[in-house]
Design a protein around this ligand. Structure first.
Ligand code: SME
Length: 137
């Protein structure tokens, strides 16, 4: 790994790699708490552009994770009331929070075009990635 890269470039690399190498990861992005505002702001991502560059805390899967501090696995996005649709192709989603000094400062968000593709191994894998990411922020 190139430790000389600034954090944003390295996060972009993480998104590109995950989206490219994991078949059921179709959109991979980071959202971060937007300063002192109760909202998330889109960071680096890989996949189709999204209109949802700002997400208020509590809104959608991402906004709920900003408040719950817990992983959110959605096997079927069609069954969620509090969900923000980014693309008609998306069938499932997983969001895992990122903690710095115990504080929820953001999250990794992954969309899949495959129904119910995420298992406990994805949660573990993404928790490890989030723990690594928190070290370079
Ligand atoms: N589906 C998310 C919004 C972000 S897009 O997936 C990129 C949500 O419900 O919070």
């Amino acid at each position: 790994r190139d430790t000389n890269q600034p954090p944003i470039a390295r996060l972009q690399g993480v998104c590109d790699l995950l989206q490219d190498r994991v078949p059921h990861y179709d959109w991979v992005g980071f959202y971060f708490r937007n300063g002192d505002r109760p909202e998330l702001k889109l960071g680096p991502y890989a996949g189709d552009p999204t209109d949802h560059t700002i997400i208020p805390f509590g809104k959608g899967i991402c906004g709920q994770v900003a408040l719950s501090n817990e992983n959110f696995v959605v096997p079927d996005v069609g069954a969620q009331d509090n969900y923000i649709a980014c693309s008609i192709h998306v069938k499932a989603e997983i969001v895992v929070p990122i903690f710095v000094d115990g504080e929820n400062i953001g999250q990794i968000d992954i969309d899949s075009h495959t129904p119910d593709p995420f298992g406990p191994e994805d949660e573990k894998f993404l928790e490890t990635i989030c723990a690594e990411v928190s070290k370079i922020l």
